[in-house]
Design a protein around this ligand. Structure first.
Ligand code: PMP
Length: 397
């Protein structure tokens, strides 16, 4: 078993873990990478004149090149380590907007964004008196690209959109959306939190200007993420945090900044977690991201065919192109009640608004029950969910 935690029993029942959109479990080799780092390598990077520091620095920088290759970035200098998607987006919202967003300007987001791809833009807009514009979506959960195109004005400075919705599972046509944005001379940020572990990612093919993701949703530890950016933009953007590592020279009169990517990496990073991210990328490579994508697509088809037999089930998000996420409600029952009953049967799902309250408002619902998949999800896991729902459905309405 690659994932030791999946052997866990909860309430004396085998754990069925279907909360992968919140965080994935970690394979043994990622756990080993963390332990090995603290057992054999622990030291601060980039500034050491000793053996351990040099080894740790080399390994840390090797992971940057692994990430570069994984997302097909043109250079590793464009790969900035952060604490996760949220910090990556805040970095861009703070730094890009400081340089490029002014009063009366506009930022376009979609109506199906995670709060972490809404609130940082609201904060940036509030600071200067700019405003957000929102791309609407259909009842199925498909973005309206005609309206999207019509939202651009001379004042539009950035588009920010997710590649996969963590609530609806919709795969958004980010390549097409990037082409439309660039047609108006506007850069685009893609939130890849829910796509990076589920489909091949090629930032040059998408032609996005920023791509943000979290390690913990791709089998890596919590506490590490990535902000990829287009070189010309990163060079023009001011630093996000000030501190050690991001400087070239400091005097009380003037400080000059380090080159990319270090300009955006102030302070001591979570070195062990970055090495864990490297081990996670190795793990995905061994499985093959195309194989993972195919496996999850099959699971999605299988799950939908079984779940639609549950009495009074209503799916939230039925776009033709979906990845890894099924949101639903049963009758008029509260999602929390469904989640609690499933939990008692050993099945871990997520309930609530999933940090996407505007989606809940759009459908007029308090939340959903969400089952989400990973490479280790099996048909047996789906069978367990379906059997449990058949069992609890009569208690709910
Ligand atoms: N965007 C999306 C689409 C997400 O699903 C999530 C996590 N649920 C985030 C952003 C935020 O990720 P993190 O909490 O790892 O920073």
């Amino acid at each position: 078993m690659d994932f030791p935690i999946l052997n866990t029993k909860v309430y004396d029942k085998p754990l069925v873990y279907l909360d992968n959109a919140a965080t994935t479990q970690k394979p043994q080799q990622v756990i080993d990478a963390l332990t090995q780092y603290y057992l054999t390598l622990n030291s601060n990077i980039h500034r050491g004149a000793h053996y351990l520091a040099n080894q740790a620095t080399e390994r840390f920088e090797a992971v940057r090149r692994q990430v570069q290759e994984y997302i097909n970035a043109p250079s590793s200098a464009q790969v900035v380590f952060t604490r996760g998607t949220t910090e990556s987006i805040n970095l861009v919202a703070s730094s890009f907007c400081q340089k490029f967003l002014h009063e009366y300007d506009e930022v376009i987001v979609s109506g199906m964004e995670h709060h972490s791809n809404i609130v940082p833009w609201q904060l940036a807009c509030e600071r200067v008196g700019a405003r957000l514009k929102v791309i609407p979506f259909s009842d199925e959960g498909v973005l309206d690209l005609d309206v999207y195109e019509s939202l651009f004005t001379k004042r539009t400075r950035l588009v920010a959109v997710n590649q996969v919705s963590n609530t609806l599972g919709t795969v958004n046509p980010v390549k097409e959306m990037a082409a439309i944005a660039h047609g108006h001379g506007v850069p685009i940020l893609v939130d890849g939190a829910q796509s990076v572990a589920h489909m091949p990612i090629d930032v040059q093919d998408i032609d996005c200007d920023f791509f943000c993701f979290s390690g913990h949703k791709m089998y890596a530890p919590m506490g590490v993420g990535v902000m990829y950016g287009r070189q010309e933009l990163l060079e023009q953007m001011p630093p996000y945090h000030g501190g050690g590592e991001m400087i070239k020279e400091v005097t009380f009169e003037k400080t000059t900044y380090n080159e990319l990517p270090f300009k955006f990496e102030a302070g001591t990073p979570s070195v062990a977690d970055v090495l864990g991210l490297g081990a996670a990328i190795d793990y995905i490579r061994q499985q093959g991201i195309e194989n993972i994508a195919r496996h999850e697509e099959e699971l999605m088809r299988y799950a939908m065919s079984q779940l639609k037999e549950i009495p009074n089930i209503r799916f939230i998000g039925t776009a033709p192109h979906k990845a890894g996420v099924i949101s639903f409600l049963i009758g008029s029952s509260h999602p929390y009640d469904v989640g609690t009953l499933l939990d008692k049967l050993g099945i871990a799902v997520r309930t609530g608004h999933h940090c996407t309250q505007p989606i809940m408002d759009r459908y007029g619902i308090p939340g959903t029950v969400r089952a989400s998949f990973a490479s280790y999800t099996t048909k047996e896991d789906i069978d367990a969910l379906v059997a449990a729902l058949h069992r609890i459905a009569p208690m709910l309405d």
